[in-house]
Design a protein around this ligand. Sequence first.
Ligand code: HSE
Length: 405
Amino acid sequence: MMQIAILGFGVVGSGTAEVLTENKKLITAHCGEEVSVKYILDLREFPDHPLGDRVVHDINVILNDPEVVLVAEMMGGSHPAYEFTSAALKAGKHVVTSNKEVVANYGVELLTLARENHVRYLFEASVGGGIPIIRPMQTDLASNEIIAVSGILNGTTNFILTKMKNEGAEFADVLKQAQAMGYAEANPAADVEGLDAARKIVILAALAYGVLIDPKTIPTEGITKITGLHTATADKLGCAVKLIGHTERIDGKIYAAVSPYLVPASNPISHVDDVFNGILVDTNMLGRALFYGAGAGKLPTASAVVADIIDILSHRAEERKLPDWKNAAPADIADKADYICRRCYLIEGCPQCAAKAKAALGTEICEFVEDGKFAVVSREMSEKEATAALASIGLQAVFCLPVLD
Ligand code: HSE
């Protein structure tokens, strides 16, 4: 019997206990021994839960118990999750987590601590919920250079954008539904302002390029300003509005950002709806790969946590390599102003203005969205260049969204 502890018995923590119970037979077969939850650390009591008698309130009970070989941290938030993770690694316990905030903020330090203490720190559930993406990037794509990663990385905002598009629903009402379904973060600002996706894209950038960027420093825009006009513009152009995390290497520097994009129907990401996530990885040998599945929710996310538990417990006798990231320095990070892509500009003006805008932005793609408002898609250029081109003919955009090709 192998003993583990669960830190945080919320949606994902209780889901992890459920997966361990429901799939006990196959998990035992994978690990070679039964996996038992000896402790659950939470501030609350769970008297009606079958594992209610395992609840403790003091992390030291877990740290000081030599029988506990692995800790699954699903507390959410940076503190005290970071301190408890550090302490567990120092105590020689493996740690698995779904906590992207901790991985994005302290990944370099925690991986180093894990290496020093000859244990592992795994975080498959931190990006894409239940979708396998972290391990495939480390193993199956290891023979490839990663050119770019672009993805719908937040289930809550994708759920909201899908409902706004299909049902004309109001932002606030759909957010409440997402919260009730257990998708949203405790503070939904992390979802709707793009911070959750920012944490996830810096983790993917670190896997791709070995450099962990502070998520607070990347250009981050959420969906709170998205309205029916954005959706109508997207429809007119045969696109969907999606919140995209994107990273790529530009002239040896790493670019990473989160923002709403227009995604053409020809891109499979545009059909990723509801709470699903879709992550496109562009590589130099395989080409483009799409990772798709449930990006949030209790059992999907817990299934990824348990996959990490199985990985560790079934290879306990071996010392396995962990990613060797370094923290990004300013010189590693590409400037947003230099980012070149096609962009859609919604502009107020007459048909003559539209013709001038097309010429200035070097494109033929232009549609009237509603009376006196047209959408024009630029050729590939920087935002600075496009804004200057429009200003030179006296036009100013109502909004601008990048296009994900
Ligand atoms: N709040 C997150 C989301 C949970 O909606 O994607 C999964 O990371």
